[in-house]
Design a binder for this molecule. Structure first.
Ligand code: ASP
Length: 337
């Protein structure tokens, strides 16, 4: 029996431990079914799922569409480059068009923070039951990426039983361009929510000190934090110190397209100080897994050799786990109708 109560998935600040458990449990069920060869399930037959991407995407969009197809939903996809956007249509009017066609779930990506929340608010004020699933908005949030990262880590630590407990008291390092990363922000809510401690590491220009208190107060539209005791966030400028005693490393793309000013001297010095290589991973006390949400700048935030080292790189696992994770999210949202 599901306790799911979110009509939209906009960010993870409002997720309780039960929410994380439910997503991990369902993801694992879909993963097991997928691995046993049961690819297509009739669960969302007759439902219409629309991907509304106002910003480019490779992994997120195609894995959401595949997840929807695996649940037998009808899938419709909007492309910003060939749409009426160029004729001046607003995201809200574009969304309304797809709602009028009967979309049950709109999966929305936009370069501006808050667009998915605005669409959700507008739908809540109308009598429409369409759900919004945020697939990345500006610097703010990318909940499905953080949830697939959570599942990937939980199943690395406890392959037989990946749950929130698998993360408790683990120390996870997030390295690099935290300032421009919606993935890092969502990872902070989910990892600390499941009791992991996070150490953030990067240069001052890409990692302001106030990230230390990132999860200390709930967002303005929320009264209280549904998690009673979160893990701790610390900041460490030295990669050597940050990697000491960690259980896993998440490294992030340097988001040059979001940098309005020159925040770095040059890419070589960034790679020298913060790029993840086999040599730097020797700072860890033992062999630890490395994650990256993609797309990757090889030789900048991570070496090609680390990406391809199957004994440590979980990058391909993140991509394959994205399908059952996104199936779980679509299934849970469809169940609220
Ligand atoms: N794919 C992720 C995102 O959309 C990470 C990135 O672009 O670096 O935020």
């Amino acid at each position: 029996m599901s306790n799911w109560k979110h009509r939209h998935i906009l960010d993870l600040a409002s997720f309780s431990l039960e929410d994380y458990e439910e997503v991990l449990e369902l993801t694992n069920r879909f993963k097991v079914l997928q691995d046993s060869g049961s690819r297509n399930l009739p669960a969302l037959q007759g439902r219409l799922i629309t991907t509304l991407f106002f910003e480019p995407s490779t992994r997120t969009r195609s894995s959401f569409e595949l997840a929807a197809k695996r649940l037998s939903a009808d899938v419709q996809s909007f492309s910003a480059s060939i749409s009426a956007l160029s004729k001046g249509e607003s995201p809200l009017d574009t969304a309304r068009t797809y709602v009028a066609m009967g979309a049950d779930i709109l999966i929305v990506r936009h370069s501006s923070t808050g667009v998915p929340a605005q669409l959700a608010q507008a739908l809540d004020l109308s009598d429409k039951k369409t759900s919004i699933l945020n697939a990345g908005d500006g610097l703010h949030s990318h909940p499905s990426q953080a949830l697939l990262d959570l599942y990937t880590l939980a199943s690395f630590f406890s392959p037989q039983n990946p749950t929130c407990k698998s993360l408790k008291k683990k120390k996870i390092a997030i390295i690099g361009d935290i300032l421009h990363s919606r993935v890092a922000r969502s990872n902070l809510w989910s990892l600390t929510g499941c009791g992991a401690d996070v150490v953030l590491c990067g240069p001052k220009t890409l990692l302001p000190q106030d990230f230390e208190s990132f999860v200390n107060s709930p967002p303005t539209d929320q009264k209280t934090d549904p998690i009673q005791k979160r893990g701790h966030i610390s900041i460490c400028r030295s990669l050597k110190e940050a990697l000491n005693k960690v259980d896993a490393v998440i490294t992030l793309r340097l988001q040059k397209e979001r940098m309005s000013e020159n925040l770095l001297n040059n890419l070589e010095s960034y790679h020298r100080d913060y790029g993840i290589t086999h040599e730097k991973l020797n700072f860890c006390k033992c062999k630890v897994p490395v994650l990256h949400p993609g797309p990757v700048n090889r030789g900048v935030e991570i070496s090609g050799k680390v990406i391809e080292d199957k004994s440590i790189s979980l990058v391909d696992k993140q991509v394959s786990n994205s399908i059952p994770t996104r199936m779980a999210l679509l299934y849970l949202l469809a169940a609220t109708k």
